[in-house]
Write a protein that binds this ligand. Structure first.
Ligand SMILES: CCCCCCCCCCCCCC(=O)SCCNC(=O)CCNC(=O)[C@H](O)C(C)(C)COP(=O)(O)OP(=O)(O)OC[C@H]1O[C@@H](n2cnc3c(N)ncnc32)[C@H](O)[C@@H]1OP(=O)(O)O
Length: 207
């Protein structure tokens, strides 16, 4: 395993070969609840009593989770390849539907949490999704671990919040350590955003 503790996958996206079972079978449902909570919180205008109740509940859970704190290599969050979005809530949940060694297709719905304004997704959340999907594709199918060297995003039309969108990412070329990957997000036939990036295979000892 590389120094970072982030293993590369030798399987394709939909066929990960590294089981991570931390958190048990109920972990995915908790991550979904957390996503719902963030969307609900973003959409709410809570009264003072509700705000106090939330503050108490959040503080109690933070304290309880402190007892289960682990180092990065034991962390479950973001490492469950068996779950859509690998079990993290930092980026919107990408649900892969088709994949091979050079590409992946799937869907994403940006919840209210990712709202920028006027129904449009925040302009920082879109490259985040691209980096997530393209970065993970870069490491699939027996490829070694890589890091994003650059990521360019063009915003072609408004990306709507709360609408299922299609996402596609594919290898444009591989030249030595350099993996050039492209991706796009569409709302039906409408191109919302597209991206191209360079992912560089890490050398031994690179973090
Ligand atoms: C179970 C666990 C599950 C985990 C799942 C994980 C899923 C993850 C999903 C999320 C994934 C998220 C992923 C993330 O977000 S990764 C986090 C964001 N990225 C980083 O932090 C990377 C920071 N940068 C670096 O570490 C270094 O710069 C790297 C390692 C990238 C390269 O430094 P290194 O010293 O090794 O290489 P080099 O400088 O000799 O360059 C080599 C060649 O490349 C060319 N070049 C370099 N840069 C650029 C550039 N900007 N444009 C164009 N070209 C560039 C360069 O000219 C040269 O070409 P040539 O002269 O040979 O022709």
């Amino acid at each position: 395993m590389p120094r970072t503790g982030l293993p590369s996958g030798s399987g394709t996206w939909l066929d990960p070969d590294i089981p991570v079972t931390g958190g048990g079978p109920g972990y995915g449902a908790v991550v979904e609840s957390l996503r719902d909570l963030l969307d609900g919180f973003a959409a709410a205008s809570p009264d003072e009593e509700t705000v106090r109740a939330l503050a108490d509940a959040f503080a109690a859970w933070s304290k309880r989770l402190e007892r289960h704190r682990v180092g990065e290599r034991q962390q479950v969050f973001g490492r469950r390849r068996d779950l859509h979005g690998r079990g993290q809530v930092m980026a919107p949940k990408f649900a892969a539907e088709e994949s091979d060694e050079r590409s992946v297709k799937g869907t994403v719905t940006f919840g209210r949490y990712f709202l920028g304004g006027n129904g449009a997704v925040h302009g920082g959340a879109i490259p985040l999704l691209f980096d997530e999907v393209m970065g993970r594709l870069s490491n699939t199918a027996g490829r070694s671990q890589s890091r994003t060297a650059f990521l360019h995003t063009d915003f072609r039309s408004v990306t709507p919040v709360g609408v299922p969108l299609s996402v596609r990412a594919w290898f444009e070329s591989e030249e030595g350590r350099k993996r050039f990957i492209r991706a796009e997000i569409r709302d039906g036939d409408t191109l919302c955003a597209e991206s191209h990036g360079l992912f560089l295979a890490l050398l031994p000892g690179q973090p």
